[in-house]
Design a protein around this ligand. Structure first.
Ligand code: EPZ
Length: 420
């Protein structure tokens, strides 16, 4: 397994180009299953998860071509096998996003249950219950979801007990071709949900309210093709801004937007960062200062994103003062704390709360990545630790950060990838 070797000490300086959002391009690729026409998707990040989703669509019979740079063309017309095997689904939970489109378009689907992952059990009961309400007959056995809707799906009123991003996305996609109206209450409001709704409407769907907690979808007979540009990745943006804050640097994140990570920018300002924003860029300048500790309470959008919790834990380990992190979305999303402690961090864990006392500096150590955002926090810690940190199992990072070594090196970091 590949490792990262990171030698700390340099403040990050310069420009970094932000890639398209992983958590937007994955549902959008699944949404291509809803039409027989050709769809062109632009600003696609080169990530392992994107490759996995493309492999999954290809295995089902869809035709995909990657044209220059960051553009993919998808044509699902030839799809002949609405089946998502365990081998692929277990490597990427977001594969569950093909369930709604397949049942809506083809009337049946067999999709492996994703199973849990490092950060929690992550059930998909909301996805299944919602499709049942829309008339699908669903059995779950042998680790697979078998869904059938011989006469197609029908509109329904769906109310989520807990906000679910992919639950909202799956049912919004299923409702697009259902007969009649579907109303989704307590829907996820993440920018990626809004991006998916805009993409589907571009194909001819009739969706209102995406991006708010109530989404209304009027089913249509069929969708056409089109071209769509994926929104920037707010978590990648936040990760580089935190890296600059921790190293006392000054960077400009380009090809991104400030209004998709407002809560993160507010916390960075609280930590002492000077933030400026433009139409498609965000800059951060620490003026050489050490960050101040901040308290974080994760919650669904527009609250503070759980996907930025690990990065702020890393920031708090070297900040001035004490920071308290409360993780309310996932049950087990503090694995990075154990690894950061190995580098000298002072972290107390108590259930879903972490109390971090900032220390003057961390010390390099061999550490191991456990999940995507935890691994990012270990790379950030390596950027400030004295000595050379080895981060193992960085395949986790490759799932969600395009060219992270190149982008960090361009900002002045000393980082390299070694094949183990
Ligand atoms: C999406 O996961 C993101 N992934 C996650 O990003 C992100 O952390 C998460 O939303 C929360 O923002 C993608 O968009 C591909 P949820 P998702 O359904 O949809 C419970 C990353 O790092 N729940 O919003 O799987 C669930 O257990 C990844 O990029 C049920 O109980 O998350 C969790 O506690 C990690 N039953 C809570 O809801 C269900 O049927 C929120 O989960 C579905 C969810």
């Amino acid at each position: 397994m590949d490792k990262h070797l990171i030698t700390g000490g340099a403040p990050l300086e310069g420009d970094v180009r932000i890639s398209g959002a992983k958590n937007s391009v994955l549902p959008i690729l699944a949404g291509c299953l809803l039409t027989d026409e050709s769809v062109v998707i632009k600003n696609v990040p080169h990530l392992n998860d994107v490759t996995t989703m493309m492999k999954l669509l290809g295995q089902m019979g869809a035709n995909l071509t990657v044209s220059e740079g960051l553009t993919i063309e998808v044509e699902a017309r030839g799809l002949n096998q609405p089946y998502a095997p365990y081998e692929l689904v277990r490597t990427m939970r977001a594969s569950i996003l093909v369930l709604g489109p397949l049942v809506a378009k083809y009337g049946h689907a067999t999709v492996s249950l994703p199973g849990g992952c490092a950060i929690g059990p992550r059930p998909v009961d909301f996805h299944v219950e919602g499709l049942r309400k829309m008339g699908a007959e669903i059995t779950v056995e042998g680790g697979y979801i078998q869904a059938v809707a011989k006469n197609g799906l029908k509109g329904a009123n769906i109310n989520f007990d807990i906000v679910s991003v992919t639950g909202t996305e799956n049912l919004m996609m299923a409702a697009v071709l259902a007969k009649g109206k579907t109303i989704i209450e307590n829907a996820a409001r993440e920018p990626e949900v809004q991006d998916l709704g805009n993409f589907l409407n571009m194909l001819g769907a009739n969706i209102q309210g995406h991006g708010t907690s109530t989404i209304v979808i009027e089913g249509v007979k069929s969708l056409k093709g089109g071209t769509y540009t994926v929104l920037p990745d707010r978590v990648e943006t936040g990760t580089y801004l935190v890296a600059a804050a921790m190293t006392g640097g000054r960077i400009v994140a380009k090809a991104t937007r400030a209004n998709i990570l407002t809560s993160v920018l507010e916390k960075l300002e609280e930590a002492g960062a000077h933030i400026a924003t433009g139409e498609d860029w965000v800059s951060l300048d620490m003026r050489g200062n050490r960050p101040k500790a901040v308290d974080i309470y994760t919650s669904p959008f527009p609250g503070f994103p759980t996907d930025m919790q690990a990065q702020f834990m890393a920031l708090n380990t070297v900040a001035i003062g004490k920071g308290i992190l409360t993780e309310t979305v996932f049950e087990n999303r503090f694995m990075h704390a154990h690894e950061l402690r190995r580098m000298g961090a002072n972290i107390q864990l108590n259930g879903n709360t972490a109390i971090i006392e900032g220390v003057p500096h961390l010390t390099a150590a061999p550490v191991m990545a456990t999940d995507l955002r935890a691994s990012a926090s270990l790379v950030l810690a390596g950027l400030v630790a004295k000595g050379t940190t080895t981060v193992d199992r960085i395949y986790h990072i490759d799932r969600g950060y395009e060219c992270i070594e190149e982008k960090l090196a361009q900002l002045g970091a000393t980082i390299k990838r070694v094949a183990a």
